[in-house]
Structures are given as C-alpha cells and as structure tokens.
Design a protein. Structure first.
Length: 317
C-alpha cells in the first residue's frame, strides 16, 4: 500500500557574508527543492563534492546536484528498503548505515563513483544495541566507523568487496551523533560527551565521559573545541585539547530540540525542532553570541540536518 506523500524541503543559504566579515544583508534563502516521497520526509543531509545526499526516515536516499546552489536538481534516488540512519560520503565511495525492519541487521552500503549504481557489499550482523539502528557513520582513510546505540565499531574498507571488522568498544549511554578526529572519536550521548581513543583502531578504548545533564543530539568538532547541542536547547562549547579531561568552556540557551551543528569560518550553524535555525559567533568559545536567526514562518525555520560547503549552507527539514 502506498504511503502518504510528504514534501522534503532543502533550503540553501548564502553564507559568504560571514567569511567576508560583513553584515547579514545578503544572508538568507536563495533556493528551495521539494522532493515528493512515500511515507516520510528527510532528516539527514550530507555533502561531497558537487552533490548533496538527503536521507529519509523510510530508507530513501536522494542525490541532489548542487553545482548551482541557486538551482539544485534532483539527480537520482534509491530505496534501501530499510530504516536509514546515517550517511558518510568519502573521497571515492559513499557509505550508508541502515537497519533492516525484520531482523535488525546493520548494513553498510557502497555506491560506485557515479553515486547511482547502489550495491550492498557488506552486512554487519552483530545485532549491537538490541533493536537500535546505527547512530552515525564516518569514513576516514581506509576505515569506516559505525556507531550504534551501545557500541562503536570500525571496519577496514581498503577493499570494499572484502570489508572486515577490526575493532569495537562499548559505549555506556545511548548514542545520537558521531564525529571522528585524528586520534579520537567523539560521541554525543543521552548523558553528555564521550571521547574514545582510536589511535589504534583494533584496540579502541574510552578516554573520558563528560556529563552535561541533558540528552545530547548534535555534535561538531572544530580544532580542540567540541560543540554539543542538547534536546533542551542548550549549546555547549567544550575544551577537548586533553581527551582524558574535557571541560565545559561555556554554554548558550537557544531553545528547542537541537539536532545538528555545522562549523564554518568561526561560526556555528545550528538547526533543530521547535526552534528557528541560528548562526552563532564562536570565535571566542567562552563568549558565544547569536548573530542571525532564520524566520520561522510555517516552521520553515526548523531543521533536522545541516551542511556548510563553500559559502553555502544546506538544510533539510
């Protein structure tokens, strides 16, 4: 039975004025793309090169050409036939973590260089985290890191047709977001921020956990500072220069349920539910300041995911 038709909205903002240090006179929506899908809208967006990838709750992946941000075009779409939880574009392949609706198998999908001929090349069937799906996936060099509700796993993808798991580490709390640094993985959980030593992917171990007394759903890393957004609407700046002893630098109340953060030119772009999307000046993490708030007419100011690329911000809501 066909599901109801829902519009997926992708908003494009020009952010060049921030890089140039001028005001916000030219900052705002320059284009919108509506894609009609069965059953549910999109909630994750990831960009690589001249393409954005939007994922849906029900497993659809949309490939969107953003060579001309003023006129984004839907190039292709693919139905994974499963709950799609995370996207991780890389320099050659596109890794996607999904959860099968019947047996909870975690899949890692790989697309070819043209991002059109999708093919399942690996099935990870550990069944980690009960019935929970992957919370994040990130590609780094020849490794792919996949985080479920209770565990971070790393796979060797030097040969994508012979993927092997090389290590894992348990994470105590429910995981909402994952970022990978040079020697550390950062995980936003229901309790706070967890930092994991990944200098040896085969022997990963927890470096520290910092409680923030709220459910943390959004995460971005900028140098030695982690920015964490909570479901209670608070944005934290955290010093992670010492992975074994992270400390809160400051926080700012933004209201709403914060879902994603992107950092560009010393500004944090924050999107969420029950709130309008905002830009925060984070040049001084100890004194963060809201410098722009999007109009919230018809809830178009809400956002579930954001990417910033070459002077443009892409939002899906």
């Amino acid at each position: 039975m066909a599901g109801r038709l829902v519009l997926t909205l992708i908003l494009v903002f020009y952010t060049g004025s921030l890089a140039e240090g001028s005001d916000f006179d030219n900052f705002g929506v320059i284009s919108e793309l509506y894609t009609i899908e069965q059953e549910a809208g999109a909630n994750i967006i990831a960009c690589y090169a001249s393409t954005c990838y939007a994922r849906s709750f029900t497993g659809w992946i949309y490939n969107i050409d953003i060579q001309d941000p003023y006129n984004p075009q839907l190039e292709d779409q693919y139905d994974t036939n499963a709950a799609l939880y995370a996207l991780g574009p890389s320099n050659r392949y596109h890794f996607t973590a999904v959860q099968h609706p019947d047996n909870n198998i975690r899949w890692v999908l790989v697309a070819n260089d043209g991002y059109s001929n999708w093919e399942i090349v690996h099935i990870a069937d550990e069944g980690i985290g009960g019935n929970s799906g992957p919370a994040g996936i990130r590609a780094k060099s020849n490794h792919v890191y996949v985080c479920t509700a209770g565990q971070l796993s790393v796979y060797d993808v030097s040969n994508v047709f012979d993927i092997s798991k090389i290590g894992d580490v348990r994470v105590t709390d429910w995981v909402w977001a994952l970022e990978i640094g040079d020697t550390a993985a950062y995980v936003a959980t229901t309790a706070g921020l967890t930092i994991i030593d990944i200098s040896d992917p085969s022997q990963m171990e927890i470096s520290s956990s910092l409680s923030l007394n709220d459910e943390c759903r959004a995460l971005a890393i900028d140098g030695t500072t982690a920015f964490v957004g909570t479901s209670g609407g608070k944005l934290f700046a955290i010093d992670v220069s010492d992975p074994q002893n992270p400390s809160v630098i400051s926080s700012i109340n933004l209201i709403g349920d914060l879902r994603d953060i992107a950092i560009s030119n010393s500004h944090a772009y924050v999107v969420g539910l029950q709130t309008n999307s905002k830009v925060i000046d984070v040049r001084d993490p100890s004194n963060m300041e809201v410098v722009y708030a999007m109009s919230n007419d018809n809830n178009n100011g809400w956002g579930r995911s954001i990417e910033v690329r070459e002077g443009y911000a892409f939002i899906v809501n």
